[in-house]
Design a protein around this ligand. Structure first.
Ligand code: ATP
Ligand code: MG
Length: 357
């Protein structure tokens, strides 16, 4: 009896263990399948992460993820932008979005808390320097166009009475006058000639009617000016350097370009004391031929800088204030634009961009 019981129990046990083994191997298979599935999901996650990174890195805006003061993530554009000083500004400013300027660069930014993550926020920064520059250029174009038109109208109005004044003055001179009176009349004539010169300059350079385009190397044009100005610069103790990396000739009006560069050089000279330096450079940048005239002279304040291209704006006792207005009009007539950077007591840099076309 006992034997039978033992055998039954044994049989029961071996049946149970067999089904346990079967279950176990089924479980093993399921675990294996689950492991494979997890690995697959991990790979998918990794590649999604990779895709996300590629997308973030190819964005034209800076993306930074912050946890309090710590940067958790930054994309390519953020690193190129050297975002740290911008972030400092943003952090000082308690707002959610805004604009900021760091030296000559402008930025627009926005920040947002990351949902579901405590203390984490995403900051997006866009470099708006070029847009800002274009906006300023457009404003300047509109303002100078209006001013130019007004100056032209006034110049035309002045021209006629000026002609009669000159005629009458010369008639007076022919009469028998005392020496003293003669010298008065000569002073009047001299004054009239001066005004006439200014008016003529204004008329011819505010709107150069037609450009006399020639295929020339800009550097040859500059060399010609330098040949004839060098002596006067040397005598003033000014060091002049000229660098050129020009690929080929350009379509420009050599006479007008000469006038523009001469005006810039005269201004640079007048801003320098003994021992100053002037650098001239011609180079090519993308679609533009770039001409730089830089000096290490007295520079100008932001306030002065805003007005320098206006007709008749001058800070000089004997200045007329038409030099830069002329330069601006010549550059405009060539389809280009001009930029200026300046710091008081450090110097000034004028950069002319001419389409190479
Ligand atoms: N290189 C420079 N450095 C410092 N200030 C400058 C420079 N170039 C121009 N400026 C400022 O811009 C003003 C306008 O220059 P612009 O050449 O139009 O007139 P101007 O030199 O005063 O007179 P002019 O008609 O005789 O040239 C100057 O009076 C000066 O204040
Ligand atoms: Mg001048």
């Amino acid at each position: 009896m006992e034997k039978e019981l033992l055998r039954d129990a044994f049989l029961e046990f071996s049946r149970a263990s067999e089904s346990l083994i079967a279950y176990y191997s089924l479980l093993e298979k399921t675990v294996e399948a689950l492991k494979r599935e997890i690995e697959q999901k991990n790979r998918e996650l990794e590649s999604t992460k990779e895709d996300l990174r590629t997308i973030l890195d190819s964005l034209p805006v800076a993306v930074i993820v912050m946890e309090e003061d710590r940067v958790l993530f930054s994309n390519n554009r953020a690193r190129e932008m050297r975002f740290e000083p911008i972030l400092e500004r943003i952090n000082l400013d308690g707002k959610k979005e805004g604009e900021t300027k760091i030296s000559a660069s402008s930025y627009r930014w926005k920040r947002e808390s990351l949902s579901g993550r405590k203390n984490q926020e995403i900051v997006v920064i866009e470099d708006t320097t070029e847009v800002e520059k274009m906006r300023e250029r457009l404003e300047m174009d509109q303002r100078l166009k209006a001013m130019g038109e007004m100056a032209l109208r006034i110049a035309h109005e002045i021209k006629n009475p000026l002609g009669s004044m000159e005629l009458f003055a010369s008639m007076l001179l022919k009469d028998t006058l005392e020496e003293k009176q003669k010298s008065y009349v000569e002073h009047i004539s001299e004054g009239i000639r001066n005004i006439d010169r200014i008016v003529n300059n204004l008329l011819s350079y505010t709107k150069p009617k037609s450009l006399c385009l020639r295929k020339v190397r800009l550097s040859d044009v500059i060399r010609e000016i330098l040949d004839f100005m060098r002596l006067s610069f040397e005598q003033s103790g000014i060091e002049l350097t000229f660098r050129e990396r020009e690929k080929g000739p350009k379509s420009v009006d050599p006479h007008l370009m000469k006038l523009a560069v001469m005006n810039l050089l005269m201004n640079a000279k007048e801003a320098l004391d003994q021992g100053g330096k002037i650098e001239i450079e011609v180079k090519e940048e993308g679609k533009f031929t770039v001409l730089v005239v830089a000096d290490n002279g007295r520079g100008m304040t932001e306030e002065v800088k805003k007005s320098i291209f206006n007709p008749f704006f001058t800070t000089k006792e004997k200045g007329v204030g038409l030099g830069l207005f002329t330069v601006y009009n010549i550059v405009k007539a060539h389809g280009g634009f001009i930029e200026v950077e300046s710091k008081v007591n450090e110097g000034t840099r004028f950069t002319i961009f001419l389409p190479t076309g």
